[in-house]
Unconditional design. Structure first.
Length: 402
C-alpha cells in the first residue's frame, strides 16, 4: 500500500499538538512528508499556515471509519489527543489493524494496559509498532535505566541489580495534563495504577520480593542517592514502563539483571523540603479523587488548550540523576537532562524524534512489533537522536553525592 505521508499528527490544534507541528516544520529532514489533523477546520488552517502549509485533514478521533481512512495514509501516527482513555481507543485500534506505527505522550498506564490486552496480537500480526509513553513520561526514565543497566555490564562486567533515579525540574502545567489527571480520578483510574507490574507480561509479574517495587509514599534520606527524597509525581508511570522494558529485554535474551528493580524519587534540598513536596503531591492526588476536589482543581488550573508561556517553557529544565548497582554491589551513575520545560519542550522533542526514527530509519531499529516501550522500540537510536537534539544522556561515571 502506498502511503502519501510519513508522519500524521493528530490533535495539531491543541497546546502540545501545535508545538509538535512547529518541531516537525523546523527539524524534519527534507524528503519527510508530514500532515496535520484536527477536529476544528479553521484552527487547523491557522496552524498549518504558520508551519509551512503541510497537508491537513479534518478528523474526529472518535469516528472509527474516519480514523481508519486517516491512519492508512500514514506510516507513522503521532497523537497528542488526550485524555487518551477518552479519545485514544479508535486511533490505537486502527494503527494496530492497518500496520501503522504509533507514538503518543500518554502517562495513562491503565489505558495502555487495556489497549495492550485488546490489540497486542493484532499489532504483531500487522507489523505495527505501538509505542506509548514517548514524552517526558517516560523517555528519560526508560532510556536512563537502560543506559545505567548496560553500564553495570560494560564497566564492571556484572549484571545490574537495581537502578534508582531522582528528578529535579522546573516547568509549567498544561491544561491537557490536568484534564487527564481529573479524568483518571473521575474514572477511578488511579486504583489500577497502584499495581507496580501493571504493564509487565504475565511471565514477569511473579516477583519474589514485591515490596522493593512498591511506590515510595514518604519523604526520606536515601543513602544510595545521597540526598533527601520525596515521592515523584510521575513515578507510578515511569517505573511501570521501565519494568516492562526490563521484562521485554529479558524475554529477548538481553536482561538487565536477575531480579532487577527500578525506583525513582523527587530530589529535595533537605528534610523540610522533602516533607513539603510529599504533602503537596498527596494533596493534588487526594483532591483528584473527589468530585469537589476535581472541581477546585479544574477551577484553579489551566484549561485544555492552555499551557505555560513561551518564556517559561524556554527557561524550564529537568535533570534525572541515576545510580545503579551490580549484583556484587559495584556502583555506576548516570544522568538524563535537558533544557526547556519538561512537559512541553522535552516531551515534544522526544515524541518527534521517536516518530522521525520510525519514518526514516525503521529498518535500523530493533526488529519488533506490537506494544513496545521507548527503550525496546528505539534503544540507542533514540539516545543518539536526543543527544543530537541537545539533551544529555550518559552513564558509567562513578556516582556523586551532590
Amino acid at each position: 500500500m502506498t502511503r502519501p505521508f510519513d508522519i500524521l499528527v493528530l490533535g495539531a490544534t491543541g497546546f502540545t499538538g501545535r508545538q509538535v507541528a512547529q518541531y516537525l516544520h523546523e527539524h524534519a529532514p527534507d524528503g519527510v512528508t508530514w500532515a496535520l489533523a484536527a477536529r476544528r477546520e479553521a484552527a487547523l488552517a491557522v496552524v498549518a499556515h504558520r508551519e509551512g502549509d503541510p497537508p491537513t485533514m479534518v478528523l474526529d478521533v472518535l469516528n472509527g471509519p474516519a480514523v481508519d481512512a486517516a491512519v492508512k495514509q500514514a506510516r507513522v501516527v503521532i497523537t497528542t489527543v488526550g485524555p487518551y482513555a477518552k479519545y485514544g481507543h479508535e486511533v490505537i485500534r486502527a494503527c494496530a489493524e492497518h500496520g501503522t506505527d504509533y507514538v503518543d505522550i500518554t502517562g495513562e498506564t491503565p489505558w495502555v494496559r487495556e489497549m495492550l490486552d485488546a490489540h497486542q496480537d493484532t499489532a504483531i500480526a500487522s507489523g505495527a509498532r505501538i509505542v506509548p509513553f514517548c514524552g517526558f513520561d517516560s523517555v528519560p526514565a526508560d532510556l536512563g535505566a537502560m543506559l545505567v543497566a548496560r553500564a553495570c555490564q560494560s564497566v564492571h562486567g556484572e549484571a545490574c541489580a537495581w537502578v534508582k533515579g531522582t528528578y529535579s525540574a522546573a516547568g509549567g502545567l498544561n491544561g491537557g495534563t490536568l484534564d487527564t489527571v481529573l479524568h483518571m480520578g473521575a474514572e477511578d483510574g488511579t486504583k489500577d495504577m497502584l499495581d507496580p507490574f501493571l504493564l509487565n507480561p504475565t511471565s514477569h509479574r511473579d516477583v519474589a520480593d514485591k515490596t522493593r517495587h512498591y511506590d515510595p509514599r514518604r519523604s526520606q534520606f536515601d543513602d544510595d542517592l545521597g540526598c533527601w527524597t520525596a515521592p515523584f509525581m510521575m513515578g507510578a508511570i515511569n517505573t511501570r514502563v521501565v519494568r516492562r522494558s526490563a521484562a521485554l529485554m529479558d524475554i529477548d535474551g538481553q536482561p538487565y539483571g536477575p531480579d532487577f528493580f527500578y525506583q525513582e524519587y523527587q530530589r529535595a534540598s533537605g528534610r523540610i523540603k522533602a516533607k513539603a513536596l510529599m504533602l503537596g503531591i498527596g494533596a493534588v492526588f487526594g483532591l483528584a479523587q473527589g468530585r469537589l476536589g476535581r472541581k477546585i482543581l479544574k477551577t484553579l488550573g489551566p484549561k485544555p488548550g492552555e499551557g505555560p508561556s513561551e518564556d517559561k517553557m524556554d527557561n524550564g529544565w529537568f535533570k534525572l540523576k541515576l545510580v545503579g548497582a551490580t549484583v556484587s554491589g559495584k556502583r555506576v551513575s548516570g544522568e538524563v537532562s535537558g533544557q526547556g520545560d519538561p512537559g512541553n519542550r522535552t516531551t515534544v522533542r522526544c515524541v518527534c524524534e521517536a516518530a522521525l526514527l520510525l519514518a526514516m530509519r525503521r529498518d535500523e531499529l530493533p526488529d519488533k512489533s506490537g506494544f513496545l516501550t521507548p527503550a525496546t522500540a528505539f534503544g540507542d537510536a533514540l539516545v543518539d537522536a536526543l543527544r543530537t537534539a541537545g539533551m544529555t544522556l550518559d552513564a558509567g561515571a562513578a556516582p556523586t553525592s551532590d
